[in-house]
Design a protein around this ligand. Structure first.
Ligand code: KG4
Ligand code: ZN
Length: 338
């Protein structure tokens, strides 16, 4: 079975074709980063309009690269995300499925991220603990199987990626801030600035990252120069990485699983990746990442999640629409969702 996946929840138009026998046949991405950079962040209306412009040619090219004229199913991101942007992918995906006479299925964006490491050669086995760290979410989830997600903890305020982006803005870095800040931190020296490790002192697996931006603002007062900015970026990154690692260690201890899955845009962070390999090893577990390009938003993860759900029997209920807010723990396993 071949499934076409469509991702348009934010500022990337992602498409892919996943085949049950041969794996990923093709994937393509158009990033709107240049479009939004001048505005310092994503402008929802511009995002929707650009998805409208890019999606059809991208799908056409992707099918050509995959060497197929049509798929046996279409998966599109239903939410969470920007309403208008989501609607573009949903309307397109639903219409194409009608035209092809195949089932269509709406996918939860974070389930896409969560299952992305299963696209890699050495896929994790269930059950595992997943750290989902993106621009909109930071959560720890126990995963028993597809659609069986038990929330262990989550951010009570800002997501880790959001904290990266806000602090990057303070440092005068262009959008998107996370990778820019990480780049600046490369030349930073550790230890010059001290940031808090929020909520690590108390028990539990929740996070809070909203205090890091004011901490950066205070640290910035009275310092200037390129090296100081780099040192500050390094201190900020170390604080986020430390905090995430402490909570992952706690989750592995509590849940007694052999695998830690890390997904979402912040999962592309090199220092975080290295640190979590150590953390998992200390707990007799292995860490699984998607390849960096599938950490951030992409169509492959949606095609794969759609494939998994369609072969497991989730039927097409002919619904389409956007769910800008959609709690992940309301998802159900594929058969029951049918
Ligand atoms: O998963 P994603 O592409 O989109 C959402 O679903 O939010 O994640 C985007 C987030 C942004 O906040 C971005 O700054 C952050 O991931 N990010 C990074 C890195 N690459 C992307 N943060 C830190 N270091 C990186 N290398
Ligand atoms: Zn995402």
């Amino acid at each position: 079975m071949k499934v076409l996946g469509i991702e348009t929840s934010c500022d990337e138009t992602g498409v892919a074709v996943y085949d049950g026998d041969r794996g990923l046949l093709a994937h393509d991405l158009y990033s709107q980063v240049d479009l939004h950079r001048v505005h310092g962040g994503v402008v929802p209306e511009l995002a929707s309009r650009d998805h409208v412009r890019r999606l059809a040619p991208l799908v056409r090219d992707c099918l050509a690269v995959a060497g197929v004229e049509r798929a046996d199913g279409v998966a599109f991101t239903t939410g969470p995300g920007l309403a208008g942007a989501l609607l573009v992918g949903a309307a397109f995906g639903r219409a194409l499925a009608y035209a092809w006479g195949v089932p269509a299925i709406g996918i939860h964006h974070m389930e896409g991220h969560l299952l992305a490491p299963l696209l890699e050669a050495e896929a994790p086995e269930f059950p595992f603990v997943a750290l989902l760290v993106s621009g909109g979410h930071t959560m720890l989830v126990r995963v028993e199987g597809v659609g069986e997600y038990h929330l262990l903890g989550q951010s009570l305020d800002d997501a880790a990626g959001e904290a990266f982006d806000k602090t990057a803005k303070l440092l005068g870095l262009p959008y998107p801030g996370g990778p820019e800040l990480a780049r600046l931190a490369e030349s930073g020296r550790p230890g010059r600035f001290e940031f808090p490790r929020p909520m690590t002192e108390r028990p539990g697996l929740d996070f809070s990252f909203s205090g890091l931006k004011p901490a950066a603002l205070r640290a910035m007062a009275g310092v200037s120069g390129g090296q100081a900015r780099a040192d500050l970026a390094r201190a900020f990154e170390d604080a986020v990485v430390d905090t995430l690692a402490i909570k992952c260690a706690r989750a592995l201890e509590q849940e007694q699983v052999c695998a830690l899955v890390v997904a979402g845009g912040v999962g592309a962070n090199r220092r975080l990746r290295a640190r979590l390999i150590e953390t998992a090893a200390e707990h007799g577990a292995r860490v699984h990442y998607p390849r960096p390009e599938f950490c951030t938003d992409n169509g492959a993860m949606i095609a794969y999640a759609g494939y998994v759900r369609l072969v497991a029997g989730t039927g097409d209920d002919l619904r389409f629409g956007a769910r800008p807010r959609w709690p992940m723990d309301t998802l159900e396993p594929p058969a029951r969702a049918a």
